[in-house]
Design a protein around this ligand. Structure first.
Ligand code: NAP
Length: 280
């Protein structure tokens, strides 16, 4: 019988641990502050920002939010980020993506001080990950490693196939699995014989952005399947990149959508916020 990897429970456990750490830090006079910046009022971004604020409140992290109008100029945003970089009372800075089209996202990310880069998107953070140095790790991939470890699934020596090579999921995921001593293959839209390659995986991680793309033809008997995808169906339910019903009988463990990878992202963001005072 397959294990259903419980991201809700694991993320709740992590948040409890962090709450405890934050309380101890407060006892020692250390208060953590996260600044979240949203430009414009994209409804999905507003929901994400709201959830981040709630998580901060629960854990005991002070959250400050800037809700800036769509008309904010790139220079205004860069100035704000620079001021926050120089503000010693601010530990973490998060700029909610996507930004309006007239603002260069890469430039904004590069302007955030790497020591406050709790999203782990700054080139220095990515570089540190790739050469095994300390730095913030992108939250969703970091959450997946926690899901595996806390579900008792060993990574070392395993064949890991990742479908998707985005900068926020696929690539950092590959680097993390390499750091955990897996043998890693990264697939993308130009990969030939994708289902055959995927079938080599002991651990198959799918971050492709196509609903129910991965069926049993992609899954080796007994594989662990991690579904990063998130899609809203016509009847307003969430579903993933993996056809859960189709693959279920073939896997040894699988993340459901919702309740798998999704809840881990915010938990790991909170972890990065706590690391702003412990990582140095
Ligand atoms: P993305 O930037 O769109 O990247 C998708 C990747 O999949 C690309 O590397 C693309 O290849 C590859 N791909 C697309 N079609 C393919 C095909 N037919 N065969 C093989 N590879 C293919 O997406 P993302 O940001 O990584 O997100 C992926 C999914 O995860 C989305 O559903 C997103 O909503 C979800 N997500 C969830 C969370 C969470 O917290 N749970 C966080 C982030 C993302 P190319 O590079 O060749 O184009």
């Amino acid at each position: 019988m397959a294990i259903i990897i419980d991201g809700k429970k694991i993320s709740a456990d992590i948040k409890e641990e962090l709450k405890d750490k934050v309380s101890k830090l407060k006892d020692n006079g250390v208060q953590i502050t996260l600044v979240v910046i949203q430009v414009g009022n994209d409804p999905a971004s507003s929901v994400y920002v709201g959830n981040k604020k709630k998580a901060c409140e629960y854990i005991g992290i002070n959250s400050i939010s800037y809700e800036l109008p769509e008309s904010t100029t790139q220079d205004e945003l860069l100035d704000l980020v620079t001021n926050l970089n120089n503000d010693a009372s601010v530990n973490g800075i998060l700029v909610q993506l996507p930004l309006p089209k007239h603002i260069d996202e890469d430039l904004v990310i590069q302007t955030i001080s790497p020591s406050k880069d709790v999203d782990g998107f700054h080139p220095q953070s990515v570089g540190a990950l790739s050469i095994g140095q300390k730095g913030f790790v992108s939250c969703t991939p970091a959450g997946i490693v926690q899901l595996l470890k806390r579900s008792g699934i060993s990574i070392e020596g395993k064949e890991c196939v990742i479908i998707g090579r985005s900068n926020i999921v696929g690539k950092p995921m590959a680097l993390l699995m390499l750091r955990e001593n897996a043998t890693v293959t990264i697939c993308h839209s130009k990969t030939k014989k994708l289902s055959e390659v995927a079938k080599r995986a002991d651990i198959l991680i799918v971050a492709i952005g196509k609903q129910h793309f991965v069926t049993k033809e992609f899954v080796k008997e007994g594989a662990v399947v991690i579904d990063v995808g998130m899609h809203r169906t016509d009847n307003n339910k969430l579903s993933g990149d993996v056809d859960y019903e189709d693959v279920f009988e073939h896997v040894s463990a699988i993340t459901p959508v919702p309740g798998g990878v999704g809840p881990m992202t915010i938990a790991m963001l909170m972890n990065n916020c706590v690391e702003t005072v412990t990582i140095k």
